[in-house]
Design a protein around this ligand. Sequence first.
Ligand SMILES: Cc1ncc(COP(=O)(O)O)c(C=O)c1O
Length: 398
Amino acid sequence: MNDGSKNGRSPAQHPDTRVVTAGRDPASYHGFVNPPVYHASTVLYPSAEDYVAHRARYQYGRRGTPTTEALELALQELEGPQCAGVALLPSGLAAISAALLSVVQAGDHLLVTDSAYGPTRNFCNHILSRLGVTVTYYDPLVGAAISGLMQENTRAVFLESPGSLSFEMQDVSAIAAAAHAKGALVLMDNTWASPLYFRALDHGVDLSIQAGTKYIGGHSDVMLGTVSANAATAARLKTTVGSSGWCVGPDDVYLGLRGLRTLAVRLDRHWRSGLAVARWLEQRPEVLHLLHPAMESHPGHALWKRDFTGASGLFSVVLKPVPQKAVYALLDTLELFGIGASWGGYESLAVPFDCTAVRTATRWQPGGPTVRFHIGLEAVEDLIADLERGFAALAATT
Ligand SMILES: Cc1ncc(COP(=O)(O)O)c(C=O)c1O
């Protein structure tokens, strides 16, 4: 993990420019545009005295290489001036667990949004609870009223906005202000927007998490997680990650760095195509409503407009009630939409989901079957033609 000492930020530049330039240092690599992929464990020291004194720019493969440093620095620059350090983890879930382990200990209480990604809940319920941390799930729409849920020992509040299946928008700054007023830290899974469309640390978040597996990688071929820390949390994050021995393989770090360079153009396309497909879906007679924060019809639209500068290609649809087999017929007929977990790659995906069984603080009653779509980089008209065939198959089974 880098401590930010080498970050040459240019705050005046547009994020689309910084995503291209951040963390680059061709002069250190004989002029080549990209850093080499360092496959490395041992670092050799010039002398025994240097070894004992840890006198080396890089000390050991696990503790960082020029490849990991390039990605960390690039992400730090994108997160903005509040960012004091970035850690790389071997998956998005590992980034979530590393961030949580950096801020809670036995006897503490943690507040987690009811809309959190399922495996985040599993980590809290199975690992944190075993370590003596109590967890309460809260209504994602709680806003400043989170104060009323804080206990004497509440040390952290975890957000995910929008929820990556159900798409509730959280009032991040109101929750962060209320949490800080009671001495708690704020963590957020910011995978949906990435720091390009929401700089979480500017809105009061202390640890901002991304599943780099999604849009940073962008090609469905890498497992990666990142945690960006502000000055209040950077040292603990560094200690937690460093002491636990977590690190990412060099090829995956490189794929993350390579993906990052095209993040702005890809996200822009995911956003626009996603919105076009969502607007088309909203007009369909089979659809009850859309769960897409960038649409005016979404209850969280005002918050999205206030805080975010863009949207990704992930949203959900609530269908009018039909038997589940009709939903499966729709999905099984699609040719351009794969059926599979994860998202953020160049390809479109569609999965059925149901939050009923996991919710504990709120009730999931969308009014009909729900499907999550990821809109990839294909042409919108082809995706719509595919969906038209899917809806014909749905109609044929009802
Ligand atoms: C919102 C969100 N956060 C975190 C993760 C976990 O990422 P990974 O699969 O890299 O562990 C996912 C994966 O689907 C996700 O959707």
